[in-house]
Design a protein around this ligand. Structure first.
Ligand SMILES: [Zn+2]
Length: 176
């Protein structure tokens, strides 16, 4: 019941901010960005407001680590079923410390990490990123066999185009 745990809040004041407040989750912490000129009372009021807003967004999206694991099982059943246990990860988690990649996989310990940057993207894009990392459990490198596995997902090309577009718009280069 992650929603019941009270998160550790880190407030960051910024002189560049005038009125805008934003918040994001970073692992167990929630970072709240507020204008430097806010009083303590305003800070406390906005922290409460942003925590409520963040919880509502996470609830609406339903994109927890638990959901990510269920999504993985569904993708394995549909696209990698003949690989059996070889395609099953030890863990699959959302992470915020991964700036150069949408997802990553460590075949040695069978762990998969998915970047929070894609958390609000459409379902079919998340499916592609997760399937890509699951396929690395079967084939670690980006060879023809790997792309044949990933290509079983009908929206692979569309999802790759979507992610390239997002990366180009943000001026960032991201590896697979
Ligand atoms: Zn890859």
């Amino acid at each position: 019941m992650a929603g019941l745990r009270k998160p550790v809040v880190e407030v960051r004041r910024s002189q560049r901010r005038r009125r805008t407040v934003s918040a994001y989750r970073d692992g167990e912490r929630v970072v709240v960005l507020i204008p430097d000129q806010f009083s303590r009372a305003e800070e406390s009021e906005w922290v409460d407001r942003m925590l409520a807003r963040l919880a509502a967004r996470e609830e609406r999206l339903g994109r927890s680590d638990e959901e990510l694991l269920l999504r993985s099982r569904r993708l394995i059943d549909r696209y990698l079923s003949e690989h059996g246990r070889a395609a099953i990860p030890a863990s699959v988690r959302w992470v915020t410390n991964q700036n150069g990649r949408w997802g990553s996989c460590t075949p040695a310990d069978r762990t998969i990490r998915i970047s929070h940057r894609i958390q609000e993207m459409p379902d079919w894009v998340i499916d592609y990123v997760v399937l890509h990392e699951l396929a690395h459990l079967v084939v670690p490198s980006h060879n023809a066999r790997f792309w044949a596995l990933v290509g079983r997902y009908p929206k692979t090309e569309r999802a790759r185009g979507y992610l390239e577009g997002v990366a180009a718009a943000a001026g960032i280069v991201l590896a697979d």
